[in-house]
Write a protein that binds this ligand. Sequence first.
Ligand SMILES: *[C@@H]1O[C@H](CO)[C@@H](O)[C@H](O)[C@H]1NC(C)=O
Ligand SMILES: [Zn+2]
Length: 413
Amino acid sequence: MLPLSDVNALVCLLSVLCCGVRSAVISPTIDTSRYHNYNDMKALLETLAYNYQNLAKVYDIGTSVEGRKLYVIQISKNVNQRDLGEPRFKFVGNMHGNEAVGRELILYLAQYLLYNYGKDTLVTNLVDTTDIHLLPSMNPDGFEASFVGDCDGIQGRANANGLDLNRNFPDQFHPSTGAIQPETTAIMNWLKLNFVLSANFHGGALVANYPYDDSKQGYTQGFYSRSPDDAVFKELARTYANAHPTMHLGNSCGDNFPGGITNGAQWYEVAGGMQDYNYLHSNTFEITVEQSCCKYPPATELNQYWQDNKNSILDYISKVHIGIKGVISTTSGQAVIGAEVRVTGIDHVITSSDKGEYWRLLTPGWYTVTFSASGYAPVQTSVQVTSGPATVLNVTFNPTTRVGTVTRLRSRG
Ligand SMILES: *[C@@H]1O[C@H](CO)[C@@H](O)[C@H](O)[C@H]1NC(C)=O
Ligand SMILES: [Zn+2]
């Protein structure tokens, strides 16, 4: 018998020779049979970018302690040209190098989006309307040092300097651990791209964990550390947990999490964590998803993890489109950069991008929103947010009168 790869090559060759376009119809499949080490991961990402040049691009955000690149694959329609108002989204995997499932799931997601673009409506809509950035491994050194089958261990958890990257970010309440590492710096710089929504993937439990991870009280277990956007974060965490066949039940891995979600600090305190940093130092909302009881399970289980998490992942990306959004400009059409968007009752400011765009995630309800920019009188409006796509509110500031005007789509009676 021919080896399988030869058969595939033959089928490919025949379909090209006989029918030309037929070959495009044969959908590539996602190989979930094995883990991708650093070289495999690099090769896969480069192949995808090569095969889908208009939809995918590979770049790196820096280098690990041992010199491995922190590769990102960016996926979006016309990947080199982001549309005005198109939000940026990211996933981060494998920050703890021995927590391997999320790393693979991100590689499967990249393939799933590209293989199903133009075929599956949800995938096509997401890729058309979202600028998706995927970092499969934030800690490639740790991954290379860890080993399959290690469910509860810590070998490979830290980076090559022995520091836990999820304790290494500047923190609002307590000192973080160690000098800031190259992997941490890479993320801090990456945040300047102005992502709207993010999640980072871990293993060792099954729960969607949301800010804050740290509290003023410090290491008091069970203290709920509420962020100003508690309602949005709960909604985001629930979105992930509810689309997962078992996470939402909340009783996996010997834990008890009502609804499969938890406030970070209420579970246990983390000072120097990445999700709090995202929220406090950028416009990005990030949650932390624990995806597997076993941190580095046998490869034979990977397909099941993908099946269990696929809908959660897609639903979660969709959430980048909730709330309100718009463009803030002057009457002469110039972008107003760094304008501040405030929602009454929520003590968290979102700022406008270098193109004047803003995205403000909100749960359904009525809100009072204030837009302010230096040199202008603040302008206020009330707005209804529904569970559907973001309500568009544009703001125009008049440089002569110093007054702003809010424009929106006419509401239907
Ligand atoms: C908001 O501004 C953008 C960019 O100029 C424009 O494409 C969009 O149609 C505007 N929407 C509303 C509701 O005014
Ligand atoms: Zn972890």
